[in-house]
Design a protein around this ligand. Structure first.
Ligand code: SF4
Length: 499
């Protein structure tokens, strides 16, 4: 039984981080190396803050965990020191808690009842508890391969090896299907491999999970573009002939650009992924990144997760300066008590560890033009104060300049981290006769099936760029639909439904 007064006795404490100088000297994750005893005792204490609410808003619903993670249950098991049982309950709803624990911005914490009022000491440190259960599970052997006891004789291809594709593949393999994951890159993981910096999630965390999937029987083929024409590609005709069902988990990697901003064509103005992918490749041992921020004045445009990833990457590469621009005004650092006292996503300042490591953030500003030298290299960025509002007539969001003052920021490297516009163009979609929605995504019916029979979609390709927890939730759900399609019914969980 949880202690309903635990939060009155223990203050919330996030995982301690390494000193900034240490962090900037390597690419490792930012968290401090605690001894196993320190780590486990601290996290058990944090877990005592959970009240085991009658209606746990953290667990599900519009604001909580899309996976329906059994948060109060595993908080209580951790409190009691039963790490093996906590691992079971955590993995009951989440294939990859070490990914979500590290990468998800934790809608569960925003929804936690203790997030309502500052005097409660803040939300339960759910991410920290989740992450620790996952890591302890691996270290103590509480997780391992879970091969299927049955074989259905049905074959499934999963296209894309990001979190949605891997979750679908693992669920379907465990249900007894013969699953092959196709990845066009040379290594597996999609955004987890080449989009997320090492300092947020070390790749060994991904690799140990891939080893589990392999041991369970999931097959992987890298360097293979389904529907492509390069050597090693697989034709759509061969795909359809070989497999009984296909899951498209191809992501939504078409980066939003700023083609109308004067100077966009200057050398040194890049999309965020053009910076992050080579930096991650360097960490994988592929040699020095061709696009490095070393010695440069860097301006990151966009205040979200990807912008923060560029920010931390540029700082580690030795940038002369890093400035991140956000169109929105600086939010308050704590929740305003005058707002609705109900668990909702709090409109408060989101600070990433990268922001503690140097550099500067500017709010309520937008780029007016990129300025270059006579050789065509960007040299500065002109920005102006703005406010974001809804057009009263159309209801469409618009960005309006405020005043006449123009600020000039020195810039040798500009990184556009202003979001993603949907699925990249790929021959595979044409061959399957699939068209994109106005949001640039692939639509499907309530059974996750596209207009191509036997072809399903999940993750960012369906939802648009979103959180890793949504990718895993959609991967699990599409597996239920594919299993039912192949066998007539499914016992696999389906935590979410198509939008
Ligand atoms: Fe525990 Fe917070 Fe969930 Fe309540 S809402 S059960 S306090 S984690």
């Amino acid at each position: 039984m949880a202690d309903p007064n635990g939060f009155l006795k223990v203050q919330r404490a996030d995982a301690p981080k390494r000193p900034v100088d240490d962090r900037l000297g390597d690419w490792r994750e930012v968290y401090a190396d605690l001894t196993p005893d320190q780590r486990e005792s601290q996290v058990r204490e944090q877990a005592t803050r959970c009240m085991d609410c009658g209606i746990p808003f953290c667990h599900s619903g519009s604001a909580g965990c899309p996976l329906g993670n059994l948060i109060p249950e595993w908080n209580d098991l951790v409190r009691r020191g039963d790490w093996a049982a906590a691992s079971d309950r955590l993995h009951a709803t989440n294939n990859f808690p070490e990914f979500t624990g590290r990468l998800c911005p934790a809608p569960c914490e925003a929804a936690c009842v203790l997030a309502i009022a500052p005097e409660s000491g803040g939300a339960v440190a759910i991410k920290r508890v989740e992450n620790t259960i996952a890591d302890v599970s691996w270290e103590r052997g509480h997780v391992g391969p879970v091969p299927s006891a049955v074989s259905t004789g049905r074959k499934v291809a999963v296209v894309g090896s990001g979190p949605a594709g891997l979750a679908a593949a693992q669920q379907l393999t465990r249900a007894g299907h013969e699953v092959t994951v196709y990845e066009r890159d040379d290594r597996l993981g999609g955004l987890l491999r080449y989009g997320i910096p090492e300092f947020k999630m070390e790749k060994k965390v991904l690799d140990r999970r891939l080893a589990q999937l392999r041991a369970e029987g999931t097959r992987f083929v890298t360097g293979c573009e389904v529907g492509g024409s390069a050597p090693g590609s697989l034709s759509v005709a061969a795909l359809r002939a070989e497999y009984d069902a296909v899951v498209l988990a191809v992501g939504a990697l078409r980066g939003r650009d700023a083609p109308d901003v004067p100077g966009r064509g200057l050398r040194g103005v890049h999309l965020a992924m053009e910076h992050l992918v080579p930096a991650n490749r360097e960490c994988e041992g592929d040699g020095p990144a061709q696009l490095s921020a070393a010695g440069k004045h860097v301006v990151v445009i966009g205040g979200g997760d990807t912008g923060a990833d560029c920010y931390g990457t540029a700082t580690r590469q030795g940038a002369a300066s890093v400035t991140q621009l956000d169109q929105y005004p600086r939010p308050p650092e704590t929740r305003d008590d005058d707002r609705s006292p109900w668990p909702v996503w709090p409109w408060i300042l989101r600070t990433y560890p990268a922001h503690e490591e140097g550099g500067e953030r500017k709010f309520a500003v937008a780029v007016e033009r990129f300025v270059g030298d006579e050789d065509g290299n960007v040299t500065s960025v002109q920005v102006r104060e703005v406010k974001v509002r809804k057009d009263p007539a159309t209801g469409i969001r618009e960005v309006v300049p405020v005043g006449d003052e123009v600020q000039v920021l020195p810039a040798d490297l500009v990184l556009l981290a202003i979001g993603f516009e949907g699925v990249e163009h790929m021959p595979l979609l044409d061959c399957l006769g699939l068209t994109l929605t106005r949001r640039g995504t692939l639509s499907c019916g309530q059974d996750w099936q596209t207009t191509a029979p036997g072809v399903f979609v999940c993750g960012d390709a369906h939802r648009g760029a979103s959180l890793v927890v949504w990718a895993v939730a959609e991967g699990r759900s599409v597996a239920n639909a594919v299993d039912a399609y192949l066998t007539g019914a499914s016992d696999l969980p389906a935590p979410v439904h198509p939008t």
